[in-house]
Design a protein around this ligand. Sequence first.
Ligand SMILES: *Cc1c(COP(=O)(O)O)cnc(C)c1O
Length: 366
Amino acid sequence: MITFLDMKSAYAELKPELDAAYARVMESGWFVLGKEVEAFEAEYAAFCGTKHCIGLGNGLEALELVLRAWDIRAGDEVIVPSNTYIATWLAVTAMGATVMPVEPMPNGPNIDPDRIGAAITSRTKAIMPVHLYGEPADMDAIMALAGKHGIKVIEDVAQAQGAKVRGRRTGALGHAGAHSFFPTKNIGAYGDGGAVTTDDPKLAERLRALRNYGSRVKYVNIERGYNSRLDELQAAMLRVKLPKLDEWNERRRVLAARYDDRLAGIPGLGLPRAPQWAEPVWHLYVVRTERRAELVKALDKAGIGSLIHYPIPPHLQQAYADIGLARGAYPLAEQMADTVLSLPMGPHMQPESVDAVAEVVRATLS
Ligand SMILES: *Cc1c(COP(=O)(O)O)cnc(C)c1O
């Protein structure tokens, strides 16, 4: 049995510290917007290399609140990847704004900067690149384009905490970075959680009000806000995990290199290829094959977990049927959806398990 992601071993490794953090918060009698959140915000901002971090309820609301703080609304356009998790699109359409999907690079998974220019119009207010599977998007090219056109960039960092572009962390590369601490992310809480990182003091101040009913002073509401706050228990847990993040990401890197080696030369199997300037954090190890159904069956039979990220691109979801994008509208995203398969990956996976997975893949596809 090789599980897709071993969550129990993560707890086992940090049990004394996590249990102590839990007890500390329980005994404090203070659960929302207190010392733990404040400390985590400072520590996470330092980790990412930004001036500010604002702890929020989850990753989707982190994306939404930034768009809201930038006053993006109906009539505005936001450039998003055609190949992404649906949350990216949901944040834009929740504002009443229009998604302008752009295809990934031919070998995927991230938005192709060479195609962004053609999608920019006089209504474009922002670009929302996603660092999918833990692989950074081409932020240098995206920031250059955004600068030229005077538009904002919000990074979706949900899958890439700790990743770097030329030595700088994701979340510090755009005008704002939206993070998720959903339990399965590279730094996961024990429930929902999220954050925004930014160097912009005005954005930070606005987000602090927006997350708390639009209020800076208790019972004085300066705008119609949300309730979207990282809570004290989750912040305390994340403070235990943050000092481990680089080490846990390094373990993922070792496993990814081993997969690269053991899976080399298998006919019809596409392996992930990060660009030279990127330091990915391997949230997922995603291969591509036209014979996916067969491979899933074989892995399943061998007791090996695998998942598809994602089987249906956002434009073909029923949730977006009303925008009228049929099959064929984004062929590269559709091809990814039809061929990608995520193999087991995580900081507690045994290196020998990589060999066992690779053997099944080779035997099935050779
Ligand atoms: C997980 C994820 C989100 C949403 O985060 P939640 O905390 O679950 O709301 C957004 N974008 C991407 C790419 C994700 O993987």
